[in-house]
Structure formats: C-alpha cells, structure tokens
Design a protein around this ligand. Structure first.
Ligand code: BGC
Length: 263
C-alpha cells in the first residue's frame, strides 16, 4: 500500500498538544488522538520535547505537519502571544526536524490549519467565493480562503475594533474572564464579525473553537451579519487534519484544481 498520504498532524494549544496520524486524502484520523499537557512555561524546548514524546508513542518517523498558535514566516516564529516569549525568532521547523529525526516537517498557523481542513472536508466543503473562519478560544485565530485556496497568516484576531484588540472582547477567554453572559459576549462577537464583513465581504463565516459545539448559546445575537454563519463541523479534529495538510506538497494548488472541476 502507498502510505504517502499519511502524515502526523500536531495541534499545539495553550493547555494541550494533540497528535494523530492523518489520512490526508480523506481528511480522516487513522489513529487515536494522543494528548500531552502543554508544559508551563510553554518554551520551545518543552513543547518540542512533548511533540517528540507523542511521535514516539505513535511510532512515527514520517512527515509531520504542525499547527502553531502564532505567526510563522519561513520556518521562524514571529509572534506567539499565548505561549512563552522565548518562541519569538525561534527556528521551529529546523528544531522539529532535528528533535523528531524526520526529513520533513511543515509548520503553519493553527487557525489556517482549521480553515484548510473545514474548507476541504467540513463546513466549507464545496463552497465557492470567500470563506472566513474564526476560532474563538484562548485567542482569536483567522483563516481566509477563496474558492478553497488559503491566504495564509491573516491574524485578524488582533484587528482593533473601537480601539480594542478583538481578542480582548470576542474570545472565549474574554467571556470567561469578564464573566459576560452569552448575550453580552454574543453581541461583542457580532460587532467583531460585522467589522470583518465590512472589510472582506465573505460569503460564509465558519465559527471554530470550543464554542462551535454550542451555537444555540450565541448565534441568535449575531444579527447584524449579512453573510451566512455556520459552526465548524470537525471539532478538535480540524486542527490536527489541517496541520497534516500543511505537509502535503502543493495543497493549495490541489484545492484549486478540485474546485474548478466541481459542478
Ligand atoms: C494568535 C494567532 C492564533 C490564535 C489562536 C492568536 O493570539 O495571534 O496566531 O491563530 O491566537 O490560537
């Protein structure tokens, strides 16, 4: 059997690191999801050692794709607002390759990973036009896709609305920290999404993060948004599947090809 479509997908989160082997041709996990606690402080050394342990438990020596909660350019971390400050300027791709003893590792943004996965296999499957996915969790992550192709590294969770970073009033952590009701928070999310809509005119918004499991709590307050809004459908798997997709050569080109031949 040709196993070239099997890739280890790793999702680095603020509280846990999750990994599973992914069949990237189907967007399906082929092993259980293994978890490790994100070390505190979440330094490069600690986090990469934890990923190494997970790979070892899965007996994995093949290609690896990682979703990272920050901005990476050319294999180097530029920003990681919710991890340890020592990540900035860290050569994450080289470090991973060496630590895991693998010849190929690809790293990208965690929300881009979720966006790619949802666009190919989940809530955005087959959707033409512009799709914006936002993950409302510890931070806010964003993924912008057009006809299935990703515009990477958008970082729209830090858009300032009314002079305030969106993460400070529309993330799940902001809701918990400020003890806002779902309605108070939902109206904040509405304000955030209407601002994004004004700038990007998406055809579809996908809401990811833990709250995608309870849309009945706040979707009714998203009343000023004109685009269709749907919850993500792949749950935690989206981050892992999308991370694995980062390691598939030409994944964006493939997405374009698939869409063009669609009816
Ligand atoms: C980071 C993003 C990340 C998001 C979700 C934000 O604070 O800037 O890069 O996607 O959190 O983890």
């Amino acid at each position: 059997m040709n196993d070239s479509h099997l890739i280890l997908g790793v999702d680095i989160g603020g509280t846990s690191i999750k990994a599973a082997v992914v069949d990237t041709s189907r967007g399906a996990l082929t092993t259980a999801v293994l978890r490790a606690k994100t070390p505190q402080p979440a330094t490069p050394k600690g986090v990469i050692a934890a990923i190494g342990e997970l790979a070892k438990r899965l007996k994995w020596r093949g290609p690896v794709g990682v979703g990272f909660p920050g901005l990476i350019k050319h294999g180097v971390v530029r920003r990681a607002p919710n991890l340890d400050a020592s990540w900035v300027r860290h050569e994450i791709v080289d470090h991973l390759r060496r630590a895991l003893g693998v010849s190929f590792a690809a790293v990208g943004n965690d929300a881009d990973a979720a966006g790619l996965a949802e666009a190919r296999f989940g809530a955005g499957r087959g959707v033409r036009g512009t799709v914006v996915l936002v993950t409302l969790g510890t931070g806010i992550g964003s993924a912008v896709l057009h006809n299935g192709s990703l515009l990477p590294d958008t970082e729209l969770g830090h858009l300032e609305v009314g002079g305030q970073d969106a993460e400070k009033f529309a993330s799940t952590v902001a809701r918990e920290r400020n003890k806002w009701t779902w309605e108070q928070w939902g109206r904040n999310v509405d304000r955030y999404l209407t601002t994004l809509e004004y700038m990007l005119a998406p055809d579809l918004f996908i809401i990811g993060g833990g709250v995608s499991a309870e849309p009945e709590q706040f979707f009714r307050y998203l009343e000023n948004v004109e685009a269709k809004i749907v919850p993500a459908t792949m749950g935690n798997d989206a981050g892992i599947v999308g991370a694995a997709l980062f390691a598939v050569p030409g994944v964006k080109a493939l997405a374009r090809k698939r869409k063009r031949t669609a009816p």
